[in-house]
Design a protein around this ligand. Sequence first.
Ligand code: KIV
Ligand code: NA
Length: 265
Amino acid sequence: QKPVSLFELGKMRAEGRKIAMLTCYDASFAALLGRAGVDSILIGDSLGNVLQGQKSTLPVTLEQMAYHTECVARANARPFIVTDMPFGSYHENREQAMRNAARLMAAGAQMVKLEGGEFMADTIRFLVERGVPVCAHIGLTPQAVHQLGGYRVQGRSEEGAARLKADALALEQAGAALMVMEMVPAELASTITRSLSSMATIGIGAGAGCDGQVLVLHDMLGVFHGKTARFVRNFMDGATSIEDAVARYAAAVKDGSFPAAEHCY
Ligand code: KIV
Ligand code: NA
């Protein structure tokens, strides 16, 4: 199995081949996801919710993210590894962001993800110039849940939509190679995706018009104890095994059948 590089992800975007990403936090699932055809693994700070039982991602620490990245990286053969920078680990200034990104890269991350729009552009440029690939994250940014007033769709108003469009362009110009869009109306996410010239968009609750999709592993396997969002599909329905469910997810992303209209806003 040839490892998926950032170059390969860019080629997939250019050729219109969809990128299938899932979150993953341990070695056993990392190996399984690679076998099942997932292109990229996100060690998401959603581990705060699904592993730790926290009410938000805010309490997750840099050392916890590094630990789970090491667990995944040891067993990973093919998918491209992206790790979330946790709340507070990149907000002070770009030097702090670089220092903490370096810790995650040393743990095995091949790219770091951070939340925020245009205000993060300087930080992203600083990291990218120093050899750290960056995935941006706009729309619903869970680390800002208390600012946003809950887990709700973003960019519904004309003003909000214009903001997200401007954010995306600024993040692309800053050098982000990937960008997650979370809980954004499908039509807006599609418009944003088409407005970009190099940055690949990865949607979660953002419609099928993105260059790729991501879901939280526990959500798509139906093992998360709690309320799941509209954009989640349980791929264990009709699957013969966990590996089969993950393979069905990857196939559904690639043939465009996931997400369907019922998963969108
Ligand atoms: O932490 C996470 O799992 C994420 C994805 C849902 C995009 O950021
Ligand atoms: Na996250």
